[in-house]
Write a protein that binds this ligand. Structure first.
Ligand SMILES: [Zn+2]
Length: 80
């Protein structure tokens, strides 16, 4: 059964580190800023000082995705 709760990184207390494109070490999230579309995250590499910024948005739940696919395929949903 698909999950009713979307995984929204915006609501997560912890942001997983990402690999540094410069040296391959972990880049840790050092700043999070809420924006309309989601969250801006700033990552910095402790080894080489490289920094990277990304924007993450709100995600759809698996249940929403599943029902959208079922609707497009004309599959009737069982109650319950
Ligand atoms: Zn680095």
């Amino acid at each position: 059964m698909a999950s009713r709760d979307p995984f929204n990184i915006v609501e997560s207390p912890v942001v997983a580190s990402i690999p540094c494109i410069g040296c391959g070490n972990n880049m840790h999230c050092i700043r999070r800023q809420q924006v309309t579309a989601g969250e801006v995250q700033l990552f910095m590499c402790a080894a080489c000082g490289n920094s990277s910024e990304r924007v993450v948005g709100m995600q759809e739940s698996d249940e929403d995705i599943q029902s959208a696919i079922e609707k497009s395929l004309g599959i009737a949903r069982k109650a319950g």
